[in-house]
Design a protein around this ligand. Structure first.
Ligand SMILES: *Cc1c(COP(=O)(O)O)cnc(C)c1O
Length: 385
């Protein structure tokens, strides 16, 4: 059987989850150990110490590599540690061209932790012509993009950016957390590395932190592994096991997230107290066509502007009973949040306003609950403003 030819729903269940060789246990055991016995000094079964390798994590890594059609995958303790290891792998003085609407934690990491090590420039990556101009004038070593972005859901042409970046010798990293491997595979579009926060859709149950990097270049993989082993952000065996369990339902969950998100977007645009809805699946989305060609679906993230300001937003958020007011996304339960005060508070006000992250802006991670219940809850809260 050529496992590479399997579809994603099959790979998510099968790869890395073969029955335990020792006992036949259908569900692989959790190797909850920090260290491994050696038969004589230096002689072991491939595992020495869990910071370096652990069999449960190895299983998850093989599954995740297969989902992004990658040769290698490395699982880390969080999405941010995955970002950090990629940045650690760059020489001092490197230039990074980064999207202007990236995850708040990525923005903070680049601009308050790595800013004395790298030259960093943020641009809007949706316009390929301006990306090309920056590639030629700034000459970055690394291009960092999210598509769709968080929270504005702007979509960039990954293939075109990779082609242009490679011409000037830059590598491209795509943070694919928002789409998950079910809806988008950046390596297939030419990216050099893909990173995920496993905390979100891949685990899908809001009960684990984790990160992953998927790539095809063996030298870069060795470098990243060396960094992980030296610095230490390896995921614990129990957390790897939970993600291995969660990822099995990735395809059914993503389909359900999308189905609900489409219906909620349609409902919200018709409500008189909603000013604007941003969802890649809407024809009104500025990059709807690109979204359709580049992704296998539109995902479960949706943003909206309600009519009014902070007091209307607060009223609306407090009035909801099925949508939990919380940061994060990608779990089975619906979450709602206020980016200006919550997830994007670390982005300076001026930049936030330029992006459109205003006081009446709200982000929803649409869960997989019954759509009628979700719509009814949104309706009563919007009506109450
Ligand atoms: C959550 C998130 C991260 C960071 O992941 P953690 O697991 O919270 O460290 C990075 N990028 C995106 C797009 C995210 O949503």
């Amino acid at each position: 059987m050529d496992y590479k030819k399997l579809k994603i729903a099959t790979k998510a269940i099968l790869i890395g989850s073969q029955p335990d060789e020792l006992t036949g246990s259908v569900i692989p055991p959790i190797y909850q150990t920090s260290t491994f016995a050696q038969t004589s000094p230096g002689e072991h079964k491939g595992y020495e110490y869990t910071r370096s390798h652990n069999p449960t994590r190895t299983r998850l890594e093989s599954c995740l590599a297969s989902l992004e059609n990658a040769t290698f995958s490395m699982v880390t303790s969080s999405g941010m540690s995955a970002c950090s290891l990629i940045l650690q792998s760059l020489p001092h003085g490197s230039k990074i061209l980064c999207g202007d609407d990236v995850y708040g934690g990525t923005y903070r990491l680049l601009n308050t932790i790595y800013n004395d090590r790298f030259e960093i420039k943020h641009i809007n990556t949706t316009d390929i012509e301006s990306v090309k101009i920056e590639l030629n004038s700034f000459k970055p070593d690394l291009v960092w993009i999210e598509s769709p972005t968080n929270p504005m859901l702007q979509i960039s042409d990954i293939k075109a950016i990779c082609n242009s970046a490679h011409i000037v010798g830059a590598k491209v990293v795509v943070d694919n957390t928002f789409m998950s491997p079910y809806f988008q595979n950046p390596l297939d579009l030419g990216a050099d590395m893909v990173m995920h926060s496993l905390t979100k859709y891949i685990n899908g149950h809001s009960d684990v932190l984790g990160g992953a990097i998927m790539l095809n270049d063996s030298a870069q993989y060795e470098k990243l592994w060396y960094l992980q082993n030296s610095i230490g952000p390896s995921q614990s065996p129990f957390d790897s096991w939970l993600v291995l369990r969660g990822v099995k339902t990735l395809s059914v969950r993503m389909k359900a997230h999308e189905e609900n998100a489409i219906k909620i977007a349609d409902f919200l645009i018709k409500h008189p107290n909603v000013e604007k809805v941003i969802y890649p699946g809407l024809e009104s989305h500025p990059q709807h066509k690109l979204a359709k060609s580049q992704m296998n679906g539109f995902g479960g993230m949706l943003s909206l502007y309600i009519k009014g300001g902070l007091s209307e937003s607060s009223k609306f958020l407090k009035q909801l009973s099925l949508f939990t007011l919380a940061e994060s996304l990608g779990g089975v339960e619906s979450l709602i949040e206020h980016p200006a005060i919550m997830t994007h508070a670390s982005v300076p006000v001026k930049e936030r306003n330029e992006l459109g992250i205003t006081d009446n802006f709200i982000r929803i991670s649409v869960g997989i609950e019954d759509i009628d219940d979700l719509k009814a809850d949104l309706k009563q809260a919007l009506d109450a403003i």
